[in-house]
Design a protein around this ligand. Structure first.
Ligand SMILES: Cc1cc2nc3c(=O)[nH]c(=O)nc-3n(C[C@H](O)[C@H](O)[C@H](O)COP(=O)(O)OP(=O)(O)OC[C@H]3O[C@@H](n4cnc5c(N)ncnc54)[C@H](O)[C@@H]3O)c2cc1C
Length: 385
């Protein structure tokens, strides 16, 4: 039996995402990267096709599907060759709204989740702060109760969609130190005192906006609390599975695309009178990457299978998958860029452009060191000395 066992429904879904990508992303990818922006309209178009709520309950406008459809969605979006745009879309549906879907009140879902699934409101997830992103439990931004409101003070950094978001799913401190003092709230970006302090200049993913946000006595109603006070840390950790799966799939799909480009080039390009693809050093190097990519994909699919089945082992497998993928991208993409010789350093070359941001894959949704910590905790419960 082929693994995964794709059905006709999967293939039909794949076809519709492929068409969306071919029509709405790929033709504009280079322009958006040069301009450092992709239009908000892309969210609305994705929403119309049901791409922003694949696993969400149909009651709120979602499609009620499972993780396999998320895998297909991401594999096809990456073909658009604008990872910045893909990050923007996936932050919306995987990172910022998943916790509202899972833990928010019906009123909160009606007000924020429904328009986000339609692509009519853009969402960001605000967790990381300048003092540290990995140690979520030590975040400093506060939300203090004042009558029927919370008053928020602090700042967030590296927030994807931060400059254009209509609302931020925001991690704040409502209690004492540590994880039990953390809560999640919805913070509308038109609230008085909210400010985009700066749009950050990244070395890659130019079309996605990444911002630093500032909160100066921002007042929001207490009903904008997501779930229960003091549970925010657990909610964020719970949502990481989806984020890590998405990133793992993105890395495999990117590697697949880059490898395909490189193999075509090596077959055509000649040196010393023969195709480079006939030289053993390159044949073996590419064979190594093909084998590693296949292993990475198998690990990611295994994680998707476990997550779709609600198997708790999925937490561990998806961390392994993200760790493995981040190392894979770094090695594979740099080697592939090298295969293009001088062209591998030119802006006009897709593989060269991909090589610019390779280290980023080991950062978001938990760094590679944090993935190793999670794996070790699962399999080596004694802990470090
Ligand atoms: C392009 C981009 C988009 C992002 N989008 C968002 C977003 O939308 N929302 C959001 O909230 N955040 C976002 N982030 C932030 C991201 O989640 C953080 O950068 C990440 O969690 C790491 O936090 P940090 O940068 O503060 O690094 P730190 O936590 O300061 O870590 C610095 C280094 O120390 C290592 N380290 C930390 N702890 C340990 C440990 N226990 N053991 C060993 N090594 C350790 C890390 O692995 C890292 O190498 C984004 C980041 C980038 C680059």
């Amino acid at each position: 039996m082929a693994f995964p066992n794709w059905t006709e429904e999967h293939e039909a879904f794949r076809e519709s995402v492929r068409r969306f990508t071919a029509e709405e992303i790929r033709p504009f990818a280079e322009k958006w990267q040069a301009e450092g922006f992709f239009p908000d309209e892309v969210f609305r178009k994705a929403g119309e096709l049901g791409l922003l709520g694949v696993r969400f309950d149909p009651r709120w406008g979602g499609s009620g599907l499972d993780y396999w459809y998320t895998v297909i969605l991401v594999e096809e979006l990456v073909r658009g060759r604008d990872i910045g745009c893909v990050v923007g879309l996936l932050v919306q549906c995987e990172m910022a709204t998943a916790v509202i879907h899972a833990h928010g009140s019906d009123a909160l879902r009606e007000e924020w989740l429904v328009p986000a699934i339609k692509g009519e409101r853009i969402a960001a997830l605000g967790v990381s702060e300048s003092g540290g992103g990995s140690d979520v439990a030590s975040l400093q931004t506060t939300a203090t109760v004042d009558g029927d409101d919370y008053v928020i003070n602090g700042s967030k950094i590296f927030i994807s969609n931060g400059a254009r978001a209509d609302f931020v799913t925001l991690a704040v401190r409502t209690g004492g130190p540590g994880p039990d003092g953390v809560s999640l709230v919805v913070c509308p970006t038109d609230a008085k005192g909210f400010q985009v302090s700066r749009r950050l200049q990244k070395v890659d993913l130019h079309s996605s906006d990444t911002a630093e946000l500032f909160f100066d006595d921002v007042r929001i109603p207490r009903r904008y609390l997501i779930g229960e006070e003091g549970r925010g840390f657990r909610y964020v950790m719970g949502a990481f599975q989806g984020e890590r799966l998405v990133l793992s799939v993105m890395m495999n799909a990117l590697c697949d695309d880059v490898l395909g480009e490189t193999l075509s080039y090596l077959a055509e390009r000649k040196a010393f009178g023969r195709p480079i693809a006939s030289m053993q050093v390159w044949r073996h190097r590419m064979a190594d990457w093909m084998a590693k990519l296949e292993a990475s994909r198998a690990l990611t699919y295994r994680a998707a299978e476990q997550l779709a089945a609600g198997d708790r082992e999925g937490d561990l497998t998806v961390s392994m998958s993200k760790l493995f993928g981040a190392d894979l991208v770094r090695g594979l993409v740099l080697d592939c860029a090298h295969a293009f010789g001088g062209y591998g350093f030119m802006e006009e070359n897709y593989v060269a452009r991909c090589s610019r941001g390779v280290q980023n894959w080991g950062i978001g949704a938990g760094t590679s060191e944090i993935m190793r910590e999670i794996i070790a905790k699962h399999r080596m419960p004694a802990g470090p000395a």
